[in-house]
Design a protein around this ligand. Structure first.
Ligand SMILES: Nc1ncnc2c1ncn2[C@@H]1O[C@H](COP(=O)(O)OP(=O)(O)OP(=O)(O)O)[C@@H](O)[C@H]1O
Ligand SMILES: [Mg+2]
Length: 170
């Protein structure tokens, strides 16, 4: 295994209540700057792997390392990791700008800095004109791009994308 892995899974297993094995002793190294794709049949454990790296699921055994540091016990918010979920998981009671800015407001950025970063992120995904739109007014592909903007706006060390292109055209 490379000594300089950004993310390392060490013998990570996840057995769900009821006995379903989601992950079985997974070993995985992801290098800094690497773009890694997990490909496999439905139910093989792709989403579970991402949830374990993000901290939404704790492994039954094994460890998650970030730049050599064991982060297995850290809460999601305390990890420099952001996720675009398979179902987007946008906040339905917030408009587009509030969705994208949520992580920045948790981190205590000033209103002006938040607005600037939210504007840049929405520009990047081509939704600058949807700042004040409600989530229910958006198409599936637009929702997916809001989720992407929300994930990149905090400039995470690790960006996890679960089926990131399913609703997007080229
Ligand atoms: N919360 C849970 N409770 C019980 N079993 C679960 C839970 N989450 C996932 N599983 C099971 O773990 C296995 C892996 O699921 P996972 O969602 O990681 O698959 P996937 O590779 O992402 O599939 P897909 O391509 O359909 O999204 C499946 O058998 C699934 O039923
Ligand atoms: Mg999945």
């Amino acid at each position: 295994m490379a000594p300089d892995a950004l993310v390392r899974l060490q013998k990570v297993s996840k057995v769900f209540p009821g006995g379903v094995v989601g992950l079985d002793a997974v070993e995985l190294d992801i290098a800094p700057g690497e773009f890694l794709t997990l490909l496999g049949p439905s139910g093989c454990g792709k989403t579970t792997s991402l949830r374990v790296i993000a901290g939404f699921e704790s492994p039954t055994s094994g460890n998650v390392l970030l730049e050599g540091r064991d982060i297995t016990g850290l809460r999601p918010f305390d990890r420099p990791v952001n996720t675009v979920f398979q179902d987007y998981a946008l906040f339905p009671h917030m408009d587009v700008a509030e969705n994208v800015g949520f992580g920045l407001s948790l981190r205590g950025l000033s209103g002006a800095e938040q607005a600037k970063r939210v504007g840049e992120a929405l520009d990047m995904v081509g939704l600058a004109d949807k700042l004040g739109a409600r989530v229910f007014e958006l198409s599936g592909g637009q929702r997916q791009r809001v989720a992407l903007a929300r994930a990149i706006v905090c400039q995470p060390r690790v960006l996890l994308l679960d089926e990131p292109l399913s609703a997007l055209d080229a």
